[in-house]
Design a protein around this ligand. Structure first.
Ligand code: HEM
Ligand SMILES: [Fe+2]
Length: 385
């Protein structure tokens, strides 16, 4: 953080800036030294994952295929950050961009998606809600279609970075295919909801699973719909780097992987709180505020700004849509302020989630013993996951 700040203040000098400051490439902006450090960290993470999975993989069981797939996606996540080390301080911008998207795009539209699918499928099999054979087949099928569109789809970031026309055509066609699995995932949201009502003891897992439902919802809306909106070359020709990009970026990145992170964290916490029953009021509030906050932030602010910019870009040109002259008009300033509404709702959800988790330590997030007896009569005892 200090290096980034120093770099922005232009206090580091060009060479030091490359190593310890801010490289200026979004998402891979860390100085090279810190990049290497992070790369090592990712392998430490991989070792921790591998160590935990190894005993289960060694044992012949029907879970094995799913676990191996999980391990492969973890390996891909760790190793693909390596592509971020492929350029030097003075590499041509087009080449640095090429490698940068190996990291960013292949992570979020490739290996993270596989990781997410497998981990959710695995949890459902452990809860006894899906048969392992079905889950494995579904996970393999999704992996094939995700990677089938996603790998060559990387070129949708390179339409206008000096690539040949053939690459533009390939990127446009394959990335359009990426939307297919995302639409199917929309159905998954319904199915997950159905799973919650399948067994009474599932009520114990309601909120962690709701976060998985949110993952499916935002995959469909944020990645699928808003991604597709900017994806055809003719659309991106006018819209690249306008506010339509953060509409998609926020909805997809937080919507999918933020929600996944929270869902997985809650599953772990549920496992750690043994058989005690959660008091879920603050969790419920957190879930709805975070999701509604994200919707409001997009609908009230960044989307209208993006649409206004797109209009200006088509009418006059992208230079104009991004100019201070255009962006500083009063109605756009007002729309920017509208973000405060969604952001506040979102932030209150974050605080509420923090309050809930704090309560697992202090006890205020558990139903008290007397109340618990009543609740347990209603819910049959849950399996120990
Ligand atoms: C969960 C999956 C996804 C995540 C997390 C995600 C995230 C992002 C983010 C953060 C950006 C901004 C990158 C930057 O400007 O540096 C971006 C750009 C972009 N995304 Fe996605 N994305 C996902 C899926 C998709 C899908 C499925 C498509 C299309 C089929 C798509 C199409 C695009 C395009 C065309 C851009 C470039 C916009 C521009 O250059 O202005 N994305 N994505
Ligand atoms: Fe992409």
């Amino acid at each position: 953080m200090f290096g980034q700040w120093m770099a922005v203040q232009q206090k580091l000098g060009l060479s030091m800036n490359f190593w310890f400051g801010h490289q200026g490439y979004e998402y891979v902006d860390l100085g090279r030294f810190w990049q290497i450090f992070l790369f090592v960290g990712l392998f430490v993470w991989l070792a921790l994952m591998g160590r935990a999975m190894w005993p289960a993989i060694k044992k012949p069981s029907e879970n094995r295929n799913l676990l191996v797939l999980f391990l492969i996606s973890s390996f891909a996540i760790a190793s693909f950050y390596g592509a971020g080390l492929m350029w030097g301080r003075q590499t041509n911008l087009a080449i640095a961009e090429y490698w940068r998207w190996w990291v960013v795009h292949l992570w979020v539209e490739g290996f993270f998606e596989v990781f997410a699918t497998v981990v959710i499928a695995f949890i459902f099999t452990q809860l006894g809600l899906l048969r392992v054979a079905t889950a494995t087949k579904a996970a393999l099928f999704s992996t094939v279609i995700f990677l089938g569109g996603g790998i060559l789809g990387t070129f949708h970031h390179l339409y206008f970075t000096g690539t040949p026309t053939a690459i533009l055509a390939l990127g446009a066609s394959f990335s359009a295919l990426e939307v297919v699995p995302l639409v199917l995932i929309g159905f998954e949201a319904y199915e997950n909801l159905a799973l919650i009502s399948a067994r009474t003891w599932m009520a114990n897992y309601r909120w962690p699973i709701y976060f998985f439902v949110a993952v499916a919802f935002w995959n469909f809306v944020g990645a699928g719909l808003f991604g597709f909106l900017i994806n055809p070359p003719i659309a991106l020709y006018y819209m690249q780097g306008l506010n339509t990009t953060p509409v998609h970026g926020h909805a997809a990145l937080f919507g999918v992987y933020g929600m996944l992170g929270i869902g997985l964290m809650l599953f772990c916490l549920k496992g750690l709180s043994e058989q005690r029953v959660w008091k879920t009021g603050s969790l419920k509030f957190a879930f709805w505020s975070i999701n509604i906050g994200l919707v409001l932030m997009i609908v009230l602010s960044i989307l209208p700004i993006g649409v206004a910019q797109t209009w200006a870009s088509v009418e006059k040109g992208m230079w104009f849509a991004r100019s201070a002259e255009f962006m500083q008009q009063p109605f756009l300033a007002n729309l920017r302020w509208m973000r405060a509404i969604g952001d506040t709702v979102f932030a209150s959800g974050v605080l509420s989630l923090g309050w809930f988790i704090l309560g697992l330590k202090t006890g205020h997030s558990f139903v008290s013993n007397i109340e618990e007896n009543d609740v347990e009569e209603e819910l049959e005892v849950s399996p120990n996951v």
